[in-house]
Design a protein around this ligand. Structure first.
Ligand code: AKB
Length: 316
């Protein structure tokens, strides 16, 4: 990777990935882009920034050629819950951004990182230690777009030689930019509310186990996969990656080690409950470990200590 474009730089992952990549590859070699300028200052001013609507293929292509981009990180997506409220828009955005990214990557003979999600699995998928290669029949528009994206990315690799790679992200927990419109958002909110109110009303029930990962590991996974030796990759789109399998009770118990008075109660959201029930309780990510040495660093204890320390200062 020499010249990188991060599409969706204002989002939860994008706003941190830009900084991570600029530290590794140099600020001038990482162009941040989003459809609006509602990004942290350091994203806009810490290196090149362009307004790009991923659905406007002409301008997208123009910017890629202008900066001589060879690698695209496509982080544009409408998440699971928002997608259920706007299925037409979710399909248009998720597939349109990917399709334009793939076509442009084909033209420049470049590489593309396109993340999938635990949302790509569905009610008939084995729920525990979900294998890398298994039944995938999701029943949300987000999940359907993710499976289609995985297949389309493999197609572009096989048919046109585009260097497509991706991971199936679990819920990502972070302290810089809030996620929006996802089923796993509670796992971020619980930390903010623990600091602000010492209590949290959760919209998923006790026992709703889902895979989670701390942002530093999510960033590391993206770069490590893009730098992996292609000869070792038997899979490409997309690899299971996980760090922990959590439910709200386990998170609350860990938070109470720092804030003993923390209270958790529930007001469940039926849409989120229904979605979460179709996603794995835990994924098997041994294929990623074998093919490109994936290994998470943060567990629940180290993540919770870091999250609470950072948010304590941020929310003061
Ligand atoms: C969501 O909850 O929709 C996302 C995801 C797991 O892909 N965070």
């Amino acid at each position: 990777m020499k010249k990188i474009l991060v599409l969706g730089a204002a989002g939860q992952i994008g706003s941190e990935l830009v900084v991570y990549l600029r530290n590794i590859y140099g600020a001038d070699n990482v162009v941040a882009a989003d459809v609006h300028k509602n990004c942290p200052d350091y994203v806009i001013n810490g290196g090149p920034f362009e307004l790009i609507d991923a659905l406007d293929g002409e301008n997208f292509r123009k910017q890629v050629l202008k900066y001589n981009i060879d690698t695209i990180f496509n982080l544009v997506a409408m998440l699971s819950v928002k997608g259920e409220a706007n299925p037409v828009l979710a399909w248009k955005l998720n597939m349109g951004a990917l399709f334009n990214s793939l076509e442009i990557a084909r033209e420049i003979k470049g590489a593309i990182f396109n993340p999938s999600s635990i949302g790509a699995f569905g009610p008939t998928t084995p729920m525990d230690l979900t294998p890398q290669d298994t039944l995938m029949r999701p029943n949300t528009v987000y999940g359907i777009s993710k499976v289609a994206g995985e297949l389309l990315s493999d197609y572009y690799y096989e048919k046109f030689g585009v260097d497509t790679r991706g991971v199936r992200y679990p819920g990502i927990i972070s302290n810089v930019t809030l996620p929006g419109g996802g089923t796993t958002d509670y796992a971020v909110e619980i930390y903010y509310e623990a600091i602000k109110k010492k209590s949290y009303t959760c919209n998923l029930p006790a026992g709703a186990f889902l895979d989670m990962m701390y942002m530093p590991d999510a960033l590391k996974a993206a770069v490590q996969l893009m730098e992996a030796d292609p000869c070792r990759l038997k899979h490409r789109n997309c690899f299971n990656v996980t760090a922990m399998s959590l439910d709200p009770e386990i998170m609350a118990k860990e938070i109470r080690k720092h804030i003993p008075e923390f209270k958790l109660d529930y007001e469940v959201d039926p849409v989120k409950v229904k979605i979460a029930a179709t996603w794995p309780n835990s994924m098997d990510d041994s294929v990623a470990r074998d093919e490109w040495d994936w290994k998470h660093e943060y567990d629940l204890a180290t993540m919770t200590t870091d999250m609470l320390n950072v948010l304590e200062k941020k929310l003061k």
